[in-house]
Design a protein around this ligand. Structure first.
Ligand code: NCD
Ligand code: ZN
Length: 347
């Protein structure tokens, strides 16, 4: 069996820089038409000039003939200049701004501590319709890590929606039924991305039968009832939910240690995994909306013109265990279930 879809987009992707960028970009560029490129480099992408320079480095690493456009994102800090953001919007350089609560995740130490200090930037964005992508976890050490997303809704996201209802917000990589419900019930322009891995794994994947660092990411995967809520949202056809893989490559050396990095590399097999999941859920007809139509609609962009074709094979497909990079091997996400699909054509 084969299915063809409008070429998908990835609304949350880590491409990194240097040798890692060169190694991972071909995977994203193979299956996706565009990606919202996360700005959490070291140092972060904070100004429009930084974003333009990063975009050039991505273009320089682009495989010959690729049909892939990086959509650039600024990393919001308490020093971000509203005039710079305005200029970036007017020049068409930036597609979103990313809010990292300081300390929430990989390279987030320059993030925001006090939302009051970024209101002038958010007001400019609201005025111009530029989306704010939000890492939705509080960072307070007294809040249990499994509760940080739900508490973020009450302490940050909901108050933000009340003080600036016109701001378009993407609640990124949601992991809880509370987040699904909050987005479903919102009357303002609020959408959510869902990752590939959070649709497949619950917290047993990294905690049961030994500690499994390759399933450690942020926000951490939660209980099965939450994974189920994410799957139901993804296959529902509701346009407020769309794919943001959060493919976040780290070398095995950086993941397999006493304090390992958070992040799962899924660019290599995301579309195959999703076809498998949507087939199992008898929702293959909803795959194109989730991967290719709802995201552009929220970002006010046309869907891609081209298509990809996925094929279902008789035997499980192997995607290999890792990719090689100059910095060392990076493990490919293992969905813990056989995958019979792969992408056979782009046109
Ligand atoms: C991301 C990374 O490695 O940059 N890690 C992750 O676990 N998702 C950062 C992020 O999106 O939180
Ligand atoms: Zn991410």
């Amino acid at each position: 069996m084969q299915i063809s879809l409008t070429r998908p987009d990835d609304w949350h992707l880590h491409l990194r820089d240097g040798a890692m960028l060169e190694a991972v970009l071909p995977y994203a560029a193979r299956d996706f038409g565009r990606a919202i490129v996360m700005p959490n480099l070291v140092p972060p992408v904070v100004t429009v000039a930084d974003a333009m320079a990063y975009r050039e480095r991505i273009q320089a690493a682009m495989p010959e003939g690729a049909d892939f456009t990086p959509l650039m994102v600024l990393y919001l800090t308490e020093q971000t200049d509203p005039q710079d953001v305005k200029a970036g919007i007017e020049q068409g350089v930036i597609s979103a701004v990313k809010l990292y609560p300081a300390g929430a995740t990989t390279n987030s130490s320059s993030g925001v501590r006090n939302m009051a200090n970024v209101m002038p930037v958010l007001e400019v964005m609201a005025e111009h319709g530029l989306p704010l992508c939000v890492h939705g976890e509080v960072t307070d050490s007294d809040i249990d890590i499994f509760d940080r997303e739900a508490v973020f809704i009450d302490r940050v996201l909901d108050p933000l929606g009340r003080s600036l209802p016109e701001l378009r917000v993407v609640f990124e990589h949601i992991t809880t039924k509370q987040a699904v419900q909050y987005v479903q019930e919102a009357s303002r322009a609020l959408a959510a991305t869902i990752t590939t891995h959070h649709l497949f794994i619950n917290r047993n994947a990294y905690l049961a039968g030994g500690i499994k660092p390759h399933y450690y990411c942020l926000p951490v995967a939660k209980r099965e009832i939450h994974r189920r809520a994410l799957v139901d949202a993804a296959i529902s056809g509701d346009p407020r939910f769309f794919l943001g893989t959060d493919s976040a490559p780290h070398t095995d050396a950086n993941k397999l240690q006493s304090c390992g990095c958070a992040g799962i590399f899924t660019s290599a097999n995301t579309m195959a995994c999703l076809a498998q999941l949507f087939e199992q859920e008898e929702a293959l007809d909803k795959l194109e909306g989730f991967t290719s139509l709802h995201g552009p609609a929220f970002y006010k962009l046309p869907p891609n013109q081209s298509q990809i074709t996925l094929q279902r094979h008789e035997a499980p497909v192997s995607f290999g265990s890792h990719i090689d990079t100059e910095e060392g091997p990076v493990t490919i996400f293992d969905p813990l279930t056989p995958i019979y699909w792969d992408v056979v054509r782009s046109d």
